[in-house]
Ligand binder design. Structure first.
Ligand code: AMP
Length: 419
């Protein structure tokens, strides 16, 4: 039997990893500038954490979790998302005592048993940001500014859409829900089967149903923005004012919701319209009710999660992918290979990207390899030249060759552009 990987859990192959590393490096650099520190929680947790933190009745908890019982009879689940584990760690390690506003980020694989398709996987990667401890609109604005900076400046993705909404809080949510369910109840025969169930359990989730019939009803239905209480309306106005000040372009999307009870006020999504069906690159918002619902003290919080596979699929061709750099040492003969290895070791110790052939290929084969590796220089060392104390240095961009004295070679290479 041929062994194969699991459907929806792709390998990241060596020729693809440079892009991922660039995205990860840009993320770390930007988040550090915004005052966020990395948190790494385990890839699995007790199942009850996700049942409480994500919520019964959600697609994730109902049908998408990878849950197993370990030898100690404990039910464990591969993490389908990062917020619940961060909140667990926040409470378990009393992080609130360290700072009134805890700012953390994570980067790593998540697991959901969804139907694999383009842009939707069973193992995928998220960058997540959580700011825990403040209810100030300035936090919402800073977090959204950070997401915008990450996508536009950090990753260089063009033509993005930031969609923004407010979905109220404990004070106005009952009114929002009642108005919506009354409207929908009168027209329930036009709703899809899933949404008929949502009508009693969680009517707000009808708003983001993709079925055509439901969408038609939603277009005319009462929207959360129309029923915000005074505090939520003021909060939203302040967030919008700050985003205008920071020159972050956004579109108000009155249908945008986050389905769960503990999500409050600001909700947003980052869309790449060029991506097709799975075009959401990131989603986030306030979750002022979550920490309390997980057994902690009432604590406001705000965050987002970015899907890395979709970010990678959105990247423009990177300029630096075309730039040649480093040195390939091509050798002819056993003695030359020994000298070449010594030179290469010295170059690498000095931080240079250096490669050579270790399989006694022909010079032609080595030059082909040098081209494939996209090095800027090729240093050719032959036994004959060695006796004269020389080597040939070839600039692969200018296609020029010069003879260089062996005892000056390191010094000479270190001074060159593109090494
Ligand atoms: P969520 O945690 O569901 O709000 O997702 C946040 C972001 O993660 C989404 O906007 C997507 O970019 C990404 N994402 C969620 N689920 C998947 C998946 N199954 N495959 C790939 N990316 C995903």
């Amino acid at each position: 039997m041929k062994l194969k990987g699991v459907r929806g859990a792709p390998d990241l192959l060596p020729h693809e990893s440079a892009r991922w590393q660039r995205v990860e490096a840009a993320t770390r650099s930007l988040l550090q500038r915004y005052g966020y520190a990395e948190i790494r929680t385990p890839a699995f947790e007790r199942t009850e954490l996700f049942v409480r933190g994500i919520g019964e009745g959600t697609d994730i908890v109902e049908k998408e979790m990878y849950t197993f019982t370990d030898q100690g009879e404990v039910s464990l689940t591969l993490r389908p998302e990062g917020t619940a584990p961060v909140v667990r760690a926040y409470l378990e390690h009393q992080m609130a005592a360290q700072s009134p506003l805890v700012k953390v980020y994570y980067l790593g694989p998540m697991f959901r048993r969804e139907r694999p398709q383009s842009g939707r996987f069973r193992q995928f990667h998220q960058i997540g940001v959580e700011a825990i401890g403040s209810d100030q609109p300035a936090v919402d604005a800073e977090v959204i500014d950070l997401l915008w900076a990450l996508m536009v400046e950090g990753f260089g993705i063009p033509d993005l859409q930031l969609r923004l909404n407010s979905i109220g809080d404990a004070a106005c949510r009952p009114t929002i829900r009642d108005r919506l369910s009354r409207y929908m109840a009168d027209r329930s025969s036009e709703l899809c089967r899933d949404c008929q169930g949502r009508l009693t359990r969680n009517p707000l989730r009808i708003m983001d149903c993709k079925q055509e019939g439901c969408q038609r009803l939603v277009a005319e239905a009462p929207k959360p923005l129309e029923s915000l209480c005074g505090a939520c309306a003021a909060h939203f106005a302040e967030v919008r004012g700050l985003l205008d000040l920071l020159k972050i372009p956004y579109i108000i999307d009155e249908r945008l919701v986050r389905g769960l009870e503990y999500y409050t006020k600001t909700a947003f999504e980052m869309i790449n319209p060029r991506l097709g069906a799975q075009n959401a690159l990131a989603g986030g918002g306030r979750y002022d009710g979550l920490i309390e619902s997980m057994g902690g003290p009432s604590t406001p919080a705000m965050g987002f999660a970015v899907g890395l596979e979709r970010v990678i699929a959105s990247l423009p061709p990177a300029l630096e992918e075309g730039v040649l750099h480093g040195v390939y040492v091509a050798t002819l003969g056993q003695e030359a290979q020994r000298t070449g290895m010594g030179l290469l070791q010295e170059l690498r110790r000095r931080g240079v990207r250096g490669l050579m052939d270790l399989e006694a290929r022909s010079l032609k084969g080595q030059m082909r390899q040098a081209n494939k590796e996209r090095v800027r220089y090729c240093l050719i060392v032959g036994d004959e030249e060695l006796r004269r104390g020389q080597a040939t240095l070839r600039d692969m961009v200018k296609a020029e060759q010069t003879a260089v004295a062996l005892d000056r070679i390191i010094e000479c290479l270190m001074g060159l552009e593109g090494v």
